[in-house]
Design a protein around this ligand. Sequence first.
Ligand code: ATP
Length: 298
Amino acid sequence: MRTRRDNSSLIVQVPAKINLSLRILGRRDDGFHDLETLMVSVRMYDSIRFDLQESPLVQLTSTSLLPNEKPLPNDDRNLIIQAAQLLQRTTETRSGAIIHLNKRIPSEAGMGGGSSDAAATLVALNQLWELNLSQEKLHQLAASLGSDLNFFLDSNVAAICTGRGEIVTPVRVKRPLHFVIVKPQSGLSTADVFKHWTAHSSPETPHHDEIVQALESGGLSQISWLVTNSLQGSARNLSREIEKSLELLDQHDIVVSGMTGSGSACFGLCRSRKSANRVARKIQSLGVMESWAVTSGV
Ligand code: ATP
């Protein structure tokens, strides 16, 4: 998360993520799933501006900088508003904010845009409203809003996330990773994809030690072995575009293809930034799906 401050306003750049591997360990009694996932931040950013209000008013407007995206709700269905209101309830602050979101991370894509926006809101308003909440307290609030927020809260480049995703163990990545992303026109709701998951559709996936070793080696063939996703089966059943996206990626010069999170975005791991740019340009020129080249990092 990158921030820029001038007096009573803050502008924050918040990154997206890719799940290189995602393994579901089982369904829990509370309705969530236990999982083990390797998340990597990528340099595709939403930008959020926060302007301090001396009254408790919290108001959001948003602009989508992406073609074909459904407009986002600006009311309390938006995670940014939920994060701001949670801070107000927790601290009883009388401060408010006028917030503007410039959206570049596609929604219903499995790229964590909503979670990243909400994590950034907790950090930014803690600063702007001078609340002095500890990082530990922010983590507690983050976990109550969603499962992916904790990963974004500490600006991790890569981490293995367990529990329902909120227990974050940072891991080192020896080299920057270059990806090409493709996003089908239709999105997939995270809740729907989890609902259709069955243990039967889960592939074999690498374990913690294998993940750490592969990332520390920096070798692309070792890293390519990490790419698996327990949710791919149910996402494929819900949308034929997942299969099409993976096929499209596999027709190009990539090391391995996979789906991120609960989809619908898919990615190809590339040998270099140049190669990722080339593949993204080629796919974009076909005019069937949006495509971007991105690099790991915060
Ligand atoms: P995440 O990985 O953050 O959960 P996702 O791309 O996998 O995102 P969903 O979990 O399905 O997709 O969440 C997308 C839904 O969340 C959309 O219906 C959208 O309206 C809602 N939403 C709420 N706040 C935001 C936000 N700030 N950015 C994007 N989507 C948001």
